[in-house]
Write a protein that binds this ligand. Structure first.
Ligand code: MRU
Length: 360
């Protein structure tokens, strides 16, 4: 049984967002970063569901991995007389935590299949723990593969040693904090840096939850990767200046036609990139692709509490009682995307045929 499988050390892989101990799950509390590095220990699925809802853990792949561990926890602590009902309830609770990132539902479906194939509590405990660890490890391996494919898509061959380093711009946080480790879009940026192909990264601060300033800038600085933080509204000025060659972002759900839901503000960046002749790349594992939805219009977009915009840590930023619109994701039409990368490879100018090709 895979109780606490060895992962590459945090030093080698940058930061980690979660640690599995077999009977408990630890999450790095992303609500408190960068001011405090605090870990929360969870022993039940309800706690994990709450942490996903409250964004203690966030980022599509990390949400899916955490939910999988949540189901494993439910099995680990279930009683012999009610284990099936308890695991079933855990899956339902976890699936109601956030609506947009399809990785959550993808991971829960994998766990549910294993649950239904288990004939006893003991078997369910072992197999569900193994499955959650597998989901975690596959995500990390997928991130490393995506980085290879992305560099290929950017035109850097394996021996790109002498190529001229590029500047890129990213949005939100897609790094080790948002995944099983390394990152999707930020994994590509990490790899560019490792290969001495990165001049610098511009990180959008990502209003209103500030994933860019609180998490991406923190993660990149920890790893010594040159980052410049900018207000979201400065992206047009940065792209107009001509130094940035690629905008590289992650995704929460990619539909059959190549439309992409990602953090609010991604769509405007894609329009800016096209206007300024800058390439726009989306990097996400195949667990983010939802071929059951025809287009982005069908993606459920989460709206969060207006307090995220009206105040910060209890300090008012807007007049009390002002009406707020706070959708936390938007949809970038496939037509504005130059390249989509998954662990299976990459496609240019995504559409239905390209997506089918990409998924094999
Ligand atoms: O609300 P969040 O912080 O969960 O949103 C995260 C994003 O939009 C990321 O870009 C996406 O999940 C990809 S993370 C590898």
């Amino acid at each position: 049984m895979n109780k606490s499988k060895e992962f590459p050390s945090p030093r080698a892989m940058g930061t980690v967002a979660l640690r599995w101990h077999g009977s408990s799950l630890e999450l790095l509390d992303q609500r408190l970063l960068p001011a405090q590095e605090q870990w929360i220990t969870l022993k039940d699925a309800s706690g994990v569901a709450w942490c996903i809802q409250d964004m203690t853990v966030r980022g599509a792949p990390a949400i899916g991995i955490s939910a999988a561990y949540g189901v494993a926890l439910a099995a680990h602590h279930a009683k012999n007389e009610s284990w099936e009902a308890e695991i079933d309830q855990a899956i339902r609770e976890l699936s109601a935590s956030r609506p947009t990132a399809v990785n959550l539902f993808w991971a829960l479906q994998r766990m549910e299949r294993v649950f239904h194939a288990s004939g006893s509590l003991n078997e369910a405990r072992n197999r569900l723990a193994d499955e959650a660890v597998a989901i975690h490890q596959e995500d990390l391996a997928g991130n490393l593969a995506m980085a290879d494919h992305a560099l290929d898509a950017m035109g850097f061959s394996a021996d790109a040693g002498s190529a001229t380093p590029v500047s890129v711009l990213t949005h939100c946080n897609t790094g080790a904090l948002a995944t099983g480790g390394y990152g999707t879009a930020l994994g590509v940026i990490r790899r560019l840096h490792e290969q001495k192909l990165l001049k610098q990264v511009y990180a959008d601060e990502t209003r209103p939850w500030l994933q860019g300033s609180r998490l991406t800038a923190w993660e990149l600085m920890r790893d010594g990767i040159p980052v410049t933080l900018n207000a979201d509204g400065a992206a047009a000025t940065i792209l107009a200046a001509g130094d940035v060659r690629w905008v590289i972002v992650g995704a929460d759900r990619i539909t059959a036609n190549g439309d992409v839901a990602n953090k609010i503000g991604t769509y405007s960046l894609s329009v800016l990139a096209r206007h300024h002749n800058v390439k726009f790349m989306v990097v996400a594992p195949s667990s983010t692709v939802d071929m059951t939805l025809k287009s982005g219009a069908e993606i459920p977009i989460e709206e969060r509490d207006g307090r995220e915009i009206r105040e910060i840590r209890g300090i008012p930023l807007a007049p009390e009682g002002v009406r707020v619109f706070n959708p936390v994701f938007d949809v970038t039409p496939a037509a504005l995307i130059d390249v989509i990368v998954t662990e299976k490879g990459w496609v240019r100018n995504p559409d239905v045929n390209a997506m089918l090709r990409l998924l094999g």
